[in-house]
Design a protein around this ligand. Sequence first.
Ligand code: BTN
Length: 272
Amino acid sequence: MNKLNAEQIRQPISDTPCSRLDYLEVFSEIESTNSYLLEKPAPLPGRFRVAIADHQTAGRGRMDRQWYSPPLSGLCMSMSYTFENAPKFLPAATLAIGVGVAELLEQLGIRGVGLKWPNDLIVRNGKLGGILTEVHSGDGPEMTVVVGIGINVDLGQSADTGGIKTRIGYASDLASCTDQLLSRSALSAALVETLFNTLAEFEKDGFERFFSAWERYDWLRGQRISVELPNRRPHGVCQGIDSDGALMLRTESGTERIMSGSIHLRGRQGDS
Ligand code: BTN
C-alpha cells in the first residue's frame, strides 16, 4: 500500500476539528505514536494534536501488550486531547471511541463490526483493531488523554492464513470486508474527524448516547467469559455493560460489575 500523505490527510478535515487542531504529524517510522504524544506538551482544553505513522517499531497495546502491524498495512494513529473537566470513569471514553469508530466503519460500508469490551474492534470474529487510552496529565479538573488506535487495513495473505495471531484468535482486516477500500490517508482523515467529534461529544453530553449504541455492537453479550483480574478469575455470562461503562458479569453468586481486566471467551480457540 502507498505511504501516508500528510496533505491528503489534512485537506478533507472539516472546519471545527481543523480550528482545534494544533499539530498533525506523519512519520514513516516511529517507536509508538502514543509514546510520542505522551512526551509532548498537553494541548489547551478543547484542542488536540495528532501523530500518525506508516510503521511503529514498538507499538503498544493495553495491559503492556505489544501492538504489531506490518509496515504500510494498517493505521497507527494517536490523538492527545485535553478535557476541561476530567471524565469520572475514563474507560467510558474508550468505549465511546469504540462506538464512534464502529459507526464510522459502518458508514464506510464495513458490515458486522463488533466491540469487545473494553477496547477491541472485531470483524468476522477476528481482531480488526484496538484502542489504547492513556492519561497524559491531569492536575485539577483538566485532564489530557492520549487515545491511540490501531486498525488492520490490509494484512495481505497473513489475514487469510492466520499469520498474525491475537489473543482473540486471528487478526482480520478491512480489505477482506470490502472491495471499496479507501486509501490509508483518506481513512486517517476520517478517523481524525471521528476521534475529535467523539471526544468532544463525550465531554459535552457524557456517555449516555454511546451506552445505548454500545448494545448494537456488543460482541460479548450473552457469551460465557472469564475475567483475568490480579488475584482471581471470575467467570459467568456477560450481560452487557452498565450505564457508566462497567462490564456486567452474571456469576453463580450474583452479578458483578467489572471495571477493568482482560476478558477471555470460555472454550474458544485462542483464549486461555
Ligand atoms: C490494544 O489492542 O490493546 C490496543 C492497540 C492500540 C494500538 C495503537 S497503534 C497507535 C497507538 N500507538 C501505540 O503504541 N499503540 C496505539
